[in-house]
Design a protein around this ligand. Structure first.
Ligand SMILES: [Zn+2]
Ligand SMILES: [Zn+2]
Length: 213
């Protein structure tokens, strides 16, 4: 595939010479696609965690180049600080980075947003995650979207807790988010998708024949 000078992600990869630390991937783009789709035995990741992963990869590369300590806890903390909107929070860190010859403000402006990451994956790399639900029904799609957001939020929290050594093996955790519907009259519960498919939640208390609207 020929490298096109596309979006900001492409520019940052080229400018900083970013590559994937995992040797099974020939390029950072290969690694991004695999993490996004969940190929190569990985849990599929959403745009937000991928964006953080990418930005931290950038931060780590710059740290390494300037001989600055990259222990994951410190890197995580620095990343969070640089993301802060309050200049007072970041001032101290930027000063400390400058001592090592790192331009913290430049880094801040080189971090990519999740919207840019989405564009990069879907347009620059022409990626497709999964075939879209052909039903095209918005109810199912909006619940899927909500589930994805919960998934990403939990993933971010687990990743942060892993960085803080609260959870030892968080990096390999699989997160399962299920929306369950429960019968109003008994403990029967089914996944949202199953209820749609079979047309009721509870065989006993569901309104079998009559179409209540
Ligand atoms: Zn791109
Ligand atoms: Zn029931």
């Amino acid at each position: 595939m020929e490298a096109t000078t596309g979006c900001k992600v492409d520019r940052i990869i080229a400018e900083y010479g970013l590559f994937d630390a995992d040797p099974q991937f020939d390029s950072l783009d290969d690694g991004l696609l695999a993490r996004w789709r969940g190929n190569a035995g990985r849990t599929p990741q959403g745009y937000r965690p991928l964006t953080d992963w990418f930005n931290k990869r950038l931060l780590r590369t710059v740290y390494t180049e300037h001989g600055r300590e990259t222990l994951s806890g410190r890197l995580e903390a620095a990343y969070e600080t640089l993301q802060s909107d309050d200049p007072l929070d970041t001032a101290e860190l930027i000063e400390s980075l400058a001592v090592d010859g790192i331009d913290g403000e430049q880094l801040q402006s080189d971090f990519v947003s999740w919207g840019t990451m989405r564009t990069h994956l879907t347009e620059c790399l022409d990626g497709e995650k999964e075939p879209q639900q052909s039903s095209g029904n918005w109810e199912r799609e909006s619940v899927d979207r909500a589930r994805q957001i919960v998934h990403e939020t939990v993933e971010e929290a687990v990743s942060s807790l892993t960085g803080k050594d609260v959870i030892a093996d968080g990096t390999t955790a699989a997160i399962d988010v299920q929306i369950q519907l429960r019968c109003g009259s008994c403990p029967t519960q089914v996944p949202f998708g199953v209820a749609i498919e079979r047309g009721y939640i509870c065989a006993t208390h569901g309104d079998g024949g009559g179409n209540r609207k």
